[in-house]
Design a protein around this ligand. Structure first.
Ligand code: SF4
Ligand code: FE
Length: 494
């Protein structure tokens, strides 16, 4: 099969029997649901861009498994060049959508599974790597979207998985059968889960022997028997339900998506199991997936940041403040911060290295530094954008007011006339409507639906800040730095 178009991808979702719940109800036609559809459109962009000759080099590549041309989102990185192209592809997708385009979690899961299964097999003589390669060839051949599901609910954080009062707080093997396993549990805030054809489940943390039933990894279809999803709310989500909503949405076409994915005794056949009790490899799988996803943020958030900086520059122009030196300086600072994140994404890719099975890993220290910066810089970029935008970003009347012909003025002015008069600014540069559009886009990205992806996800996605600090401590090699200092200071080494 060749690569799908965005439209074909959207149609392919209709063939699934994915069970989706929102606002206390089952959503039957979720593909067309106004709250969900922008997130589907966003994934569709990863398909359409791959078919554009201009982006062919970034968006497509040759599979190391089949030799076929595939979408890069389904690729196993074969070089540092591949790692860098991944970052550039994500920046591009962020620029085109100003949202989380969701397909990276699967890509990062593939790459973590590929090398980890190889190393499990080497130690235990299992057959996970071949199984995984077979599954990935199927994904590549059918150009599918796969959700990489890692984060468990975790219950009481002071207790390990087997110590939890409720044993389902971490996803676990409930039953082992000759032909497979039955799993129970859930994965939280799953990016793009509803929009994925399949899921790859991974453990959420390193495990000890007592927790070996929780050291489990597998693939399963998104509509597997016993699997269902509860859709996560986003700020201002019900604006999407308003009739003819457009300007007030800020970003009408695209958005991100997170859901709670529940595995209510789901049977997984052997051929889709990639870890089942090898607890000593749970940490490796987590570290590699998290490492790849921390690298990812040096691409996707930068692309979204590009749109945000552009919107801030436009609003300054529309307000008539673009020439003020402090505005110029704020745009410089935003650019500096955004490009610093890109530097981190490229640096951890450039310093990548081959794993035992030949696929490429990023430099873990630099990937963690990348993500640590992502927990900070987008917040400052948002602060500066809000500074430039002014308070109107959050006080402006609705699109319906701007379009209302209800007469309210002494001289027959309508609500629309009054809004257009008093919210006009630099009329040479923009109409009042365009000013409203750009302010709503800023609102959407700074504190509306897309802020899920640009702000809170920057903080907690791919692991909260402390998770990176632990990795930075482990990878930072302070001992060798002490030796450097001793040598320079003339301290005799024992
Ligand atoms: Fe991709 Fe970024 Fe969304 Fe993660 S947050 S899935 S890296 S776009
Ligand atoms: Fe993420």
């Amino acid at each position: 099969m060749t690569m799908m178009t965005g439209a074909q991808y959207i149609e392919s979702l209709r063939e699934l029997n994915t069970r989706v719940y929102m606002f206390g109800e089952k959503i039957e036609n979720w593909v067309n649901h106004p709250i969900i559809r922008p997130s589907i459109n966003c994934v569709a962009v990863t398909y359409d861009l791959a078919l554009e000759p201009e982006y062919e080099d970034l968006m497509t590549t040759t599979s190391n498994l089949t030799g076929n041309i595939i979408n890069r989102f389904n690729h196993i990185h074969q070089s540092t060049d591949d790692l860098k192209k991944k970052i550039k592809m994500q920046r591009l997708c962020g620029q085109k959508t100003a949202s989380c385009f969701q397909r990276c979690v699967g890509m990062d899961a593939f790459n973590a599974e590929y090398s980890t299964t190889y190393e499990i097999d080497k130690k235990y003589g299992t057959d996970y790597h071949n199984r995984f390669k077979k599954f990935l060839s199927f994904v590549q051949d059918n150009d599918l979207v796969v959700d990489g599901a890692m984060t468990d609910p975790k219950g009481d954080r002071s207790r390990s998985p087997h110590e939890q009062e409720d044993p389902d707080m971490y996803l676990r093997i409930k039953e082992r059968r000759r032909d497979g396993i039955v799993v129970r549990g859930a994965k939280c805030h799953q990016t793009g889960s509803v929009n994925s054809h399949w899921h790859i489940v991974m453990p959420t943390q390193a495990m000890k022997e007592e927790d070996k039933d929780y050291a489990v990894s597998f693939a399963c279809p998104s509509d597997a028997d016993g699997l269902y999803m509860i859709y996560g709310r986003q700020s201002c989500d019900t604006r999407k339900l308003e009739e003819n909503a457009d300007i007030d949405l800020g970003n009408k076409c695209y958005g991100g998506q997170e859901a709670l994915v529940v595995f209510d005794d789901v049977f997984i056949p052997n051929e889709y199991i990639f870890m089942a009790g090898e607890y000593d490899f749970a940490g490796m799988l987590v570290e590699r997936f998290a490492g790849f996803h921390r690298q990812s943020y040096g691409g996707c958030k930068v692309g979204v940041g590009d749109v945000l900086i552009g919107a801030a520059a436009l609003v300054a122009e529309y307000n008539g403040s673009a020439k003020a030196s402090h505005i110029k300086d704020k745009l410089i600072e935003m650019t500096h911060l955004n490009e610093s994140l890109y530097c981190c994404g490229l640096a951890c890719s450039t310093e990548g290295y081959p794993t035992e099975c030949g696929s490429y890993m990023i430099n873990l220290l630099l990937a963690n530094v990348c993500k640590q910066n992502v927990t900070r810089f987008p917040y400052e970029i948002v602060r500066l954008a809000e500074d430039i935008a002014g308070g109107l970003m959050v006080t402006m009347p609705s699109e319906k007011d701007f379009k209302s012909d209800l007469i309210i003025g002494r001289n027959g002015e309508t609500i629309g006339d009054v809004c257009k008069k008093y919210f006009a600014a630099n009329t040479e540069k923009c109409s009042t409507e365009d000013r409203a559009r750009i302010l709503r886009l800023l609102e959407n990205m700074c504190l509306g639906a897309s802020a899920v992806g640009y702000r809170t996800e920057s903080m907690h996605g791919a692991g909260s800040p402390q998770a990176q600090r632990i990795m930075i401590q482990r990878q930072g090699n302070i001992e060798s730095k002490k030796d450097l200092a001793k040598k320079i200071a003339g301290i005799i080494q024992e």
